[in-house]
Design a protein around this ligand. Structure first.
Ligand SMILES: Nc1ncnc2c1ncn2[C@@H]1O[C@H](COP(=O)(O)OP(=O)(O)OP(=O)(O)O)[C@@H](O)[C@H]1O
Ligand SMILES: [Mg+2]
Length: 417
């Protein structure tokens, strides 16, 4: 019987095993993504970080632009690169060197508290403990990765030593740092390599990678993370009584402890599910940020998330896990201030949870989503790529959110600012 040509193709396709079609699509997509990366980030197809204007540098360090200019004219401290029209630019490493230079000057004058406003590393002798912040919610697309990456970058840029951990098999956080997981990572390159139960496990210090952000390291993610969900039930079943080592909820914590001395803050980007990975992250956390997009369906699913989390954490606590958070905060994401229903939902959440909702919401901005198209963050793209109003509104919102979280971290350390 005669059939339209389109139908013949479809019928033929139906005879092909689905796995082959999907594998072919995966290959084609992966190759295209690789080509795109080569175009976007020549010549080594690796991401690098732009330099920062003296105004940005001054703001990050916490001095005035005039003072920075004075320093550079006097030839003191790290010197900027002078570009067209006498504009001065600093790399992030220069900015960090500037911070250390200013801290030393303050120390020389005996002003310790001033020195610590520049270099914010935690002081273990004062009991300032490693802050581990999980960004979580099982609602997909609630802004976890966007919030986590900007928080990690902000903390590094403001003078903290930061480790970002991609706990999501989808590896979106790693993609934002320029990784294409299926090409760039082999086995045991994710945190799974450090938390697995068998003898293949290796130290987290061997898995951590430097990024092109000074003071920001990464534990990348890829599909192998999913293994933890499969092997944990077996490990639990085989567990000999009293063998704390095999308890799943201690494993992320133990891995992070092994590198704690090198960092001030760890930011964990959780997957959109409440499995063993997320639970292990929560058990390793000193603080939690729950991202909430203010729409009714998201808020309804959040109540499910909270019930389930509290149940599961209760079980973990009974099994001997310790769960004391320095802070737990809800972060409103992709907020549209002119949208009436959204404003109502935010009001509703604030009346329910009070100060547990961060004062500043993260506004929805094309600057964030456009930057995302080239796998970049707002800190990477620079102001010249957008209309000023768009960029400034987005960065202002981002800075408000991140500095609020920074304050919470510092208060957890007992600092008064
Ligand atoms: N403030 C914002 N303004 C505009 N777009 C945003 C903003 N925050 C996030 N987005 C976009 O929304 C989408 C989902 O965000 P994101 O990936 O951060 O969510 P997620 O919770 O990590 O998702 P998943 O559950 O899949 O891990 C992304 O395309 C991102 O670029
Ligand atoms: Mg994500």
């Amino acid at each position: 019987m005669a059939t339209a040509s389109g139908q013949v193709t479809q019928d033929q396709q139906a005879l092909r095993p689905a796995d082959e079609t999907i594998a072919e699509d995966a290959q084609a997509l992966s190759a295209q993504l690789k080509a795109m990366r080569e175009r976007l980030f020549p010549p080594a197809s690796q991401k690098t970080l732009r330099s920062f204007t003296s105004g940005e540098a001054a703001r990050l360090v916490g001095v005035s632009d005039g003072y920075l200019r004075q320093l550079s004219l006097a030839g003191e401290g790290p010197q900027p690169v002078v570009g067209a029209a006498g504009r001065r630019y600093y790399s992030l490493a220069d900015i960090d060197a500037l911070r250390h230079y200013l801290a030393e000057q303050a120390l020389a004058k005996g002003n310790i508290s001033k020195a610590r406003t520049y270099v914010k590393w935690r002081d273990q002798s004062l009991g300032e403990h490693l802050q581990v912040i999980s960004v979580t919610n099982f609602k997909g697309g609630s802004g976890k990765t966007t919030s986590a990456v900007h928080l990690a970058q902000y903390l590094a840029m403001t003078g903290h030593r930061v480790l970002a951990v991609d706990l999501d098999p989808q590896a979106s956080l790693s993609a934002l740092f320029g990784y294409q997981p299926e090409l760039d990572l082999v086995g045991n390159d994710t945190i799974y390599g450090a938390i697995r139960y068998d003898e293949e496990a290796r130290p987290l210090s061997q898995i951590i990678r430097k990024t092109y952000f000074h003071n920001l390291d990464l534990v990348p993610g890829n599909l192998e993370l999913q293994e933890f969900e499969h092997v944990t039930p077996r490990a639990l079943a085989e567990r000999k009584s009293g063998d704390a080592h095999s308890l799943f909820f201690t494993r992320v914590q133990a891995a992070l402890q092994s590198v704690a001395d090198d960092y001030d803050v760890v930011v964990i980007d959780c997957p959109p599910q409440l499995g063993y990975l997320t639970l292990s992250a929560l058990c390793a956390s000193t603080s939690v940020i729950v991202t909430v997009h203010p729409q009714m369906l998201d808020v309804a699913s959040m109540s499910q998330f909270l019930f389930m989390t509290s149940d599961l954490l209760g079980v973990v606590r009974e099994a001997g896990g310790t769960l004391n958070f320095d802070f737990l905060r809800y972060l409103i994401t992709r907020f549209e201030p002119n949208d009436g229903p959204q404003a109502q939902i935010v009001g509703f959440l604030r009346s329910l949870f009070g100060e547990r909702v961060l004062t500043s919401p993260m506004v929805k901005s094309t600057a964030i989503s456009d930057a995302g198209l080239t796998k970049q963050t707002l800190y990477e793209v620079g102001r010249e790529n957008f209309s000023r109003g768009t960029y400034d509104r987005a960065i202002e919102s981002l800075e408000a959110v991140n500095s609020e979280i920074e304050q919470l971290v510092h208060s957890a350390w007992g600092r008064k600012e």
